[in-house]
Design a protein around this ligand. Sequence first.
Ligand SMILES: [Zn+2]
Length: 90
Amino acid sequence: MAEVPNQNPSVGRILHYTSYGTPGGEYSKECRAAVVTETHGSDASGEIVSLAVLNPGGMFFAQRCAQGDQLHGEHPPGAYGGTWHWPERV
Ligand SMILES: [Zn+2]
């Protein structure tokens, strides 16, 4: 699992949502800013949260997103589209 702060996501905090890339690679997975709208406890992958995802061209609401790995740095296999992670340190 990714490096994570010793804390849990809570409503109103900003996380990263990993967008889905296209299978052909026309679009790659990207980190998008996302505001936590609801928390749903945890499962084996981590915390489950619902998010307001802020894309450059608009926003959408994603329900019950699982926790994944960070997208940047090592590109770990758990950086799946549709998951959230703590913002990478830059
Ligand atoms: Zn990120």
